[in-house]
Design a protein around this ligand. Sequence first.
Ligand code: ADP
Ligand code: MG
Length: 699
Amino acid sequence: MNENPKNIPALFGSMVFSHEEMRRRLPVDVYQAWQQCLVNSTPLSQAIATEIAAAMKDWAIEKGATHFTHWFQPMTGFTAEKHDSFIVPDGKGKILMELSGKELSRGEADASSFPSGGLRATFEARGYTAWDPTSCAFIKDNTLCIPTIFCSYSGDTLDKKTPLLRSMKLLDHQSIRILRLFGNTEAQHVVAQVGAEQEYFLIDKSAYHRREDLQFCGRTLFGAKPPKGQELDDHYYGAIKPRVAAFMHELNEELWKVGVLAKTEHNEAAPAQHEIAPIYCDANTACDQNQLTMELLKRVADRHDLVCLLHEKPFTGINGSGKHDNWSLATDTGENLLKPGQTPSQNAQFLLFLAAVIKGVDEYQEMLRCCVCYPGNDHRLGGHEAPPAIISIFLGDELTAILSSIIEGTAYVDVSKKKLQIGVDTLPEIPQDTTDRNRTSPLAFTGNKFEFRMVGSSQSIASPNVVFNTIVADELSRFADVLEKADNFHETLEQLLRETFKAHQRIIFNGNGYDAAWVEEAQRRGLSNLHDTVDCMPAYISPKNIDLFTRHGILTAEEMYARYEIHLENYCKVTAIEANTMVDMVMRHILPAVLHYADDLSSTIYHQKKVTVNQNRAATALLDQVTTLTNQLYDLCEQLKRALDAAPEAAGGLDAALYFRDQVFALQNRMAQLVGELESRTAATYWPYPTYADILFSV
Ligand code: ADP
Ligand code: MG
């Protein structure tokens, strides 16, 4: 692996059937027809698909592929694949290697085992996958992977990619309307661009295999605080250990081969925690590539006898993992629409896009909160290291002052002491990267993009981007409606900006998001504070949100209800699995271990009594503590078992989720605390599981 310096430019994208590869291999007319389909978002004809399929198959076989698969993203949040080999009998006892146009563009998949929220009636279990020609095919494990969308036979979307593509198209259309108003006739398309920073933990495989909770739940369900955690901040940006470096080296190569622009890697705040960030690209590709990155993180870790944990909160009391979704808008002529410009007109345009984000986030804060809620992230949001559960925007002092001056119609001090005239004056310099960037904000403007930090480390970035794209597009469409009709464009624009900033300034918060005072302040401002998945979900199907998505053709009301059901059912199932794992670990391992320890303590006391009149105070006190905790744990465990026995069906909607949160999760949480206390009082040789210290410092 390390013998020779690698030719990285040659390695990069070597396993991707890229646009360049297509241009080289396809007849000019076929390539152009395909390009036209991309630009106009029109379907591919069968004849063109057949030619592309043949070229793709030849390329794949040259690269050693034997199979192909439609690669799609069902509502589980993972990617799914079903492999078929290229072989076709030639009728003379031999085989040919084929990929037909139909196999490329459309596949059947039994949809019955993927979550559908009731959209797929059981008598019609078929679903189909259809090629997304805007995302390049690639080879992974000798298999040609063809990125596809996934829907039911009746046409309902069953995946995460379809709404993402729709929302990008919508945003493109509405942004272009705005650009035309500013006299831009050149740009034909506007693309949402995304760079997803990915956090993860890396632990030794042997420790992982000794904990059922890590294996079944992806997180530890209990653990006493280790003597050393992240207090010294010695891990963050620290030197990377050789074993981790070897892992990262191989990971980078694997990512580069499949065309992921892996760029930055460093140690994160917690021991054993790391981060990888790619260079940003269009939101659809970024989403596919983040799915691939998560898969490769796990796979490469395995080859190094490591396990990569993508769970949001693998260890209680230790920083959890998130994903920073960096989001911006760019024209096909290379202009970033979220970057303050050089000219008054560019600045007016920038302020209008900024206003769309501010208004959208304020109006649809619950929806934005909903798209990052699920059990794993519930442990993180609102905790001490992660952003709070309250949505707000960090703009920085300069930009906030500019907005205030627009609202008040007063002078912005740095602009030569005069009132800022939109479209006439330029904006003062807005520093792109102030070093004390607010890390506590859930959504920060970082000079030329927004960084959404509430996304959980294991989740697909599709939904957060669907919501972001849709709410911004919705506001842009409203702005365009007003401005297209305006007699005096500049006056109307200035008024629109002033009113928008004024009406929505409550969502802007530059202070410390972890501060308890912010919770009260946010409440005074009327901002929503949805604590967990169960609290969030009703907002998912509120009339306002259903109206937003249906009005723009992103999802139908039925599809939204289906997603709502899937979320709730998932919540119940995850909670049940965790509770059952907890019961199993406590009953079969922890209680026997501590009883054994208590037994040995009693015999120590008994034997010592025989030889000395001095009471063994240490043993007596320990025995007393351990026995008390053990009894409490046993009682709680019995209570949890009863709660599980009496639990409603996971498909029972909001009531079931409420039950699982209040009757099951609550008990399990109390048990976790008790187990932690017992662990710290039990002799190490008796304790049946690796401790946090063992796991976190295992690499
Ligand atoms: P940080 O200080 O948070 O690491 P960086 O500026 O290094 O911030 O960028 C983090 C991520 O944001 C990277 O994935 C990067 O490619 C992405 N990014 C940078 N500029 C943009 C942009 N204009 N639009 C979307 N993502 C961007
Ligand atoms: Mg970041």
